[in-house]
Design a binder for this molecule. Structure first.
Ligand SMILES: CC(C)(COP(=O)(O)OP(=O)(O)OC[C@H]1O[C@@H](n2cnc3c(N)ncnc32)[C@H](O)[C@@H]1OP(=O)(O)O)[C@@H](O)C(=O)NCCC(=O)NCCS
Length: 156
């Protein structure tokens, strides 16, 4: 992959590197109540998942992680720094993943989202994702577990 694959209105996307992980983890821990560990990000990089960071004048705005195998793409993480949320960056990052997964030959993009994550659900639904399933007690949650909704969107 070319180092830079998206440049639009000062949002610059490139492959995530291990050297980015301090900044990525700083955002991850502020953005999620149950954040991924450094080990999970390292595993994603090691196995060749498509890990992207999105920058504006070298400030890290957000990141995404997706995988592609046998025609199926899975969006595993999509996160905007809390300081930059609700400014359209999440939608642009999601569209970038959709375009890249389609270029990589996937027919369908799947993702899981917490039932209570109304902001993310609104974003996904407005970008053409449909609810196709539910995983009960999938996520850790304060005081128990929380269901995941499975969303899918055709890419062709
Ligand atoms: C979910 C997330 C990626 C959305 O990115 P964002 O940059 O904040 O969102 P955008 O500005 O692109 O807005 C996209 C849509 O999200 C919804 N949204 C955004 N901000 C919102 C807010 N403050 N309240 C309610 N809905 C909101 C709206 O539907 C919005 O569409 P609209 O602007 O046409 O109304 C981002 O908030 C985030 O990283 N959250 C924490 C991590 C997370 O939950 N990731 C998703 C895991 S599945």
């Amino acid at each position: 992959m070319a180092e830079a694959f998206l440049q639009e209105e000062a949002l610059f996307a490139r492959a995530m590197r291990e050297a980015d992980l301090d900044r990525v983890l700083s955002i991850e821990r502020r953005a999620y109540p149950h954040p991924w560990s450094r080990g999970i990000f390292n595993d994603c990089l090691r196995v060749g998942y498509h890990c992207r960071v999105y920058e504006q004048e070298e400030e890290l705005i957000g990141y995404s992680v997706h995988s592609v195998a046998v025609g199926e793409a899975h969006l595993l993480n999509l996160c905007v720094s809390p300081a930059h949320q609700s400014r359209g960056f999440g939608r642009r990052m999601l569209r970038s993943v959709i375009e890249e997964a389609a270029r990589q030959g996937a027919d369908t993009l799947f993702l899981e989202v917490r039932l209570s994550n109304h902001r993310a659900r609104a974003l996904y639904e407005s970008e053409g994702f449909n609810e196709v399933g539910r995983r009960f007690d999938y996520y850790p949650a304060d005081g128990g577990r929380e269901d995941a909704l499975v969303y899918a969107r055709a890419l062709k």
